[in-house]
Each structure stands twice: as structure tokens, then as C-alpha cells.
Design a protein around this ligand. Sequence first.
Ligand SMILES: [Zn+2]
Length: 287
Amino acid sequence: MSENKWVYYKNNGIANRSAITVDLEDWYHSIESIPVQDWDKYESRLEENTYRILEILNQYEVKATFFVLGYVAEKFPALVKTIQLLGHEIATHGYFHRLIYRLTPEAFREDLKRSIKVIEDLTQQRVLGYRAPYWTITKESYWALEVLQEEGIRYDSSIYPIKTYLYGIPDSPKYPYIIKENNGNKLIEFPPSIITIWGLRVPMGGGFYMRALPSWFIRWGIKKINQEGQPALIYIHPPEFDPLKPVIKLPLKEKILHYYNLGVIEQKLKSLLSAFSFYPLKEILNL
Ligand SMILES: [Zn+2]
């Protein structure tokens, strides 16, 4: 998979436009070792944390894209409806928070369709975008893109252009590109932002990386991306806005991933919101 085979997505006016994306899930949905059947046992903190994010976005008059877990849309319809009414884009994060490369294509399609149905029934608007749980569209689950396109998804934001123990295609493009084209129907991939320093790809777009890196570095990265005429993509999760989120026993790797530096994300987000222009993904991609 060499980079020169890829076709970057060209759309006049996307330079200097970046995106804030929110994966709408509760703190225990994205902990791999907690099975779905145990989800009901944990205290939900989703509404409070999401309202905090909505308040901040509202303060800076920024519209974002929310990748909503279908399960969340079913449990918290009023929350999702509020997000929509505030003018944010509602996309899907699948129904259950599963690792795509552990699913069969059939099971993946079923999970995707279920999420689209519950979200569209609620919002009465078409779902255009998808983000895989844990960024798990990788070389092993590349088939998922075909399924996304067949189910009417217009853009995907699931391929991390680095490699970690869970995810990533390290030689994939770092800016939006056309990933599949069938009879004029394009599926666009919009990866999370990384920057290249001395030939090394450094993730900076969100989650653990955003919590660990200083604000000035992330601002410098976004500026560099915009100077190349490209939009940056930032991603956040409601549990990251919750320094008091319940602590459970986890392997060290997961513990660091989920709990490191939770208190800082709010300030970091604000420093980005005051420095750059952010739009929902469907607007940046002109869909
Ligand atoms: Zn997630």
C-alpha cells in the first residue's frame, strides 16, 4: 500500500478549516475488557460530561461532528436529539463498541445497520459518516470499507495513519483521501491528525496523545497542517472531561490509556477553539 497510489480529496476551501469530533460513548463502553452484558452494572456519567462539552462548544460557537454509539442513541435519545438541535452533525460509531477486525463482515454489517437505523429514526436525518470503535479499520479489516459504502456511508474516519498494538495503517495518507469509488460514488477517508517530524509520524489529534502533549505543540501541529492547505481532525471523548470518573482494575496499558491526565483536556480544547476555525466533517467535505 504505497502512498502515491492514494488520491487526496480535493475541495477548494477546506484549507484553514478543521474539525472537532466527539465519540459519544460512556466511560465503560470503550474499555475493551468490559463485556457488553456488564454495561448496565456501571454508573453512567455520559450526560453530565457531554453537556460540559456542548457548553464549551457553544461558548466558542463551534459546530462539531458527534460519532454516536447506536447503543447510546437508544439509551439516551434526548441527549442525542439535543446535540442535533444545537446544530452539530450526528454520525455513527457503530452499535456496540466492538473491534472490527474481530467481527465477520456479516456481523459488522449488522452492527452498522442497527446503529444507522436507531440514529436515523431519532434524528430523521441521513447518517453520512462512520468511525470504527478503537480505530479498528486496519489491513485485517479493510473489507469493512466495502460494507460502509454499500450501506450508504459517505465518509469514514477510522484509519489511524500510525501503528499501535490496537490499530493503525502506518503507511496510509495523513490527509483526507478518496478510499473507494464505485460508479461515481466516493467513500472518503478522513484520518485523525498526525504530524511528521524528522520522518516520524507523531499522533496528536486527540485521546491519550492530546492529553499527553502540550497545547502549544498541538496548536503548532494544526497550524502546520493548515499551512499545507489541509484540515486538521481533533477527537475527544466525554469521559476525558471527567477527572472523577470511576476507577476500576485494569491492565497497566489500558489504565494509562483511559486515565492519564484527565484534568487537562478542557483547557486544551479551549486553547484550540480560540485559535482555529472548526466545522462538522460533512461541511468540510461538502456533503
Ligand atoms: Zn469509541
